[in-house]
Design a protein around this ligand. Structure first.
Ligand SMILES: [Mn+2]
Length: 438
């Protein structure tokens, strides 16, 4: 039972998958910040600082706190240090185990047994609740932990969760809306029907846009570990007043951030100045992203050159060289590197003009033009239908999951995007061949 603070409100910090023991991938060898300084462990250390600085009542951990069973000692040090510092500041830590730390988290919990500030909820796959109370508010947390690495039935099946004192939230590591998953499949409907005020979920690393009026979804990983995990990452601050959630916001304190940057090179008039051109775009991007906070220490950029240019032949080579050369760009005290750079540029000749040609280039340009026609166009529909059939295996990849939209629209947008991408690359190649043949 917590009893923290004398404030008007009660603050809680909610943390998604941390994966202590893992290091971020693809950091260039001679990069000034080493992988360890950009690691989940560093993100966790900052989370602990934030929790203490903001005098939160509790830190909630939604599972996969530890990367694997091999990381017992790393977990012991990093988690143990954090929990001890939090306990000294009067902050409780409430965790559930996920599929990655199904055994190691309970083992670590036992090493922390003399630390009453740490609570592992629902060990062995049972539902268990814990109430936090302060003068500002009260919150009951229901949690369930993975009992083994794979769980193919819903943890909510047959469970009755009674509302506790104050705001009542669920803390769960699960696979949302993936019927047949081996990682605790749960349908959103089951969560809604459980009768709690909200659900803080772990497992998928892409965070949902959580808000007081939309309080059910993934917290996202604490720190992006590879280029696929792009965008803001960090813990979520919940502000509770009495029995009510007043505010909820993500605090982007991860030391490393992955970003995607599209750069239209249409205005570039000297291929020798591509680097200056790109630098200016990155500077602007930096200002727009990090104007309101101090931002991450390092940014891994995936750059995509787009637009119509007379340098269709040169840009792909320049893109390859940039990845080799731009392994450290300093901007406003932040360290950038270009992790990947691709060219999706088109010749200045417009597509309609190309489409009139009686060759593969003309045929391809015609297909690309179809993508811009209205949805009800029959030729466009036929193209998408054929493409969908051949892309089906790719579209079932997990990275497309967790994105909110109606499925049908989402699927179509993905197919269009992929066709545009592959079509434009092919057009680039054909155009370059045409030029060299002349
Ligand atoms: Mn997981």
């Amino acid at each position: 039972m917590g009893s923290k603070g004398t404030g008007r409100v009660m603050k809680i910090l909610a943390v998604g998958d941390i994966h202590l023991g893992r290091l971020p991938s693809r950091i260039p060898e001679d990069f000034p910040c080493q992988a360890r300084e950009l690691s989940p462990e560093e993100a966790w250390r900052r989370t602990v600082d934030l929790a203490i600085g903001e005098q939160v009542a509790a830190v909630l951990l939604a599972g996969d706190v530890i990367e694997s069973e091999k990381d017992f000692f790393e977990g012991y040090r990093a988690l143990g240090d954090g929990v001890n510092r939090l306990a000294e500041a009067g902050v409780e830590v409430i965790a559930v185990a996920g599929n990655h730390d199904v055994e190691v988290l309970p083992r670590l919990a036992r090493t922390l047994a003399d630390q009453p500030a740490f609570t592992l909820l629902g060990e062995g796959g049972v539902w268990q609740s814990h109430t936090l109370k302060s003068s500002g508010g009260q919150v009951t947390i229901w949690g369930w932990s993975f009992p083994r690495r794979q769980v193919s039935n819903s943890p909510l099946a047959g469970a009755t969760l009674e509302r506790g004192a104050g705001l009542t939230l669920g803390l769960l590591h699960c696979d949302l809306d993936q019927r047949g998953s081996a990682y605790a499949p749960v349908m959103r409907r089951e969560l809604d029907d459980a009768g709690l005020d909200g659900w803080l979920l772990g497992h998928i690393h892409l965070p949902h846009q959580l808000r007081p009026d939309s309080l059910c979804g993934y917290l996202g990983c604490l720190s992006g570990m590879d280029p696929g995990e792009h965008g803001a990452r960090g813990p979520w601050m919940l502000t509770v007043a009495g029995d009510r959630l007043e505010n909820m916001e993500q605090i982007p304190i991860a030391p490393l951030r992955w970003e995607r940057l599209q750069v239209d090179v249409g205005e570039l008039d000297d291929i020798g100045k591509l680097e200056e051109f790109l630098l200016e775009k990155i500077q602007r991007h930096d200002v727009s992203l990090f104007a309101s906070d101090s931002g991450p220490d390092a940014v891994g950029l995936r750059v995509q050159f787009t637009g119509q240019t007379r340098f269709v032949r040169e840009i792909p080579d320049s893109a390859r060289q940039l990845v080799e050369n731009a392994n450290h760009i300093g901007i406003s005290g932040r360290h950038y590197f270009i992790e990947h750079c691709e060219a999706l540029v088109r010749p200045r000749t417009d597509l309609a003009e190309l489409a009139a040609r009686n060759d593969p280039l003309g045929l391809l340009a015609g297909k690309l033009l179809l993508l811009d026609r209205p949805q009800e166009d029959l030729e466009r529909q036929a193209l998408l239908k054929a493409a969908t059939a051949s892309f089906r295996s790719t579209l079932s990849e997990s990275r497309w999951r967790g994105v909110e939209s109606s499925d049908k629209e989402l699927l179509e947008a993905q197919v269009v995007e992929r066709l545009r991408r592959t079509g434009t690359t092919a057009l680039q190649t054909l155009w370059a061949q045409r030029e060299s043949a002349w």
